[in-house]
Design a protein around this ligand. Sequence first.
Ligand code: FES
Ligand code: FES
Length: 158
Amino acid sequence: MKDTIRFELNGKPAELQIDSNLTLLWVLRVHFGLTGTKYGCGIGYCGACMVHMDNVKVPSCQLRIGNVNGRNITTIEGLSRGGELHPVQKAFIKHDALQCGFCTPGMIMSTTGLLLKNPNPSREEINRELDHNLCRCGAHTRIIDAVLTASTEMKGGK
Ligand code: FES
Ligand code: FES
């Protein structure tokens, strides 16, 4: 059976008739073509599928689309404004904070979520926050440097 689901996706209204048990991750990739959100483990462990729901990070592989009704979802594709990359995206480029790039969208969504609630995190706080975002390429040190740079450049997380 299909349900009507309405929500805001990257600042625009979205509506679809769909099985409400499907995951948000599946819907983003298959129905909206937003393939920046990655499928890693599928069990809420790796952070590759991280998006924001109402400005709070959430692993989209663990969220049923039925629970997204009426909510506000932001994916990596929705971070830039007016063609300009988000400061966190710029900082990742500046610090070369990636290798294969598979973990990067999830890392950036977790980072932007962290800076929204804590604009000036310490290295330890960043470490703790990104503990559930796995990077098989071992770019963690450069990633943490990028988060510190972004927090400084955003001057309070704006
Ligand atoms: Fe969702 Fe790994 S794919 S946490
Ligand atoms: Fe390859 Fe992180 S850059 S998994």
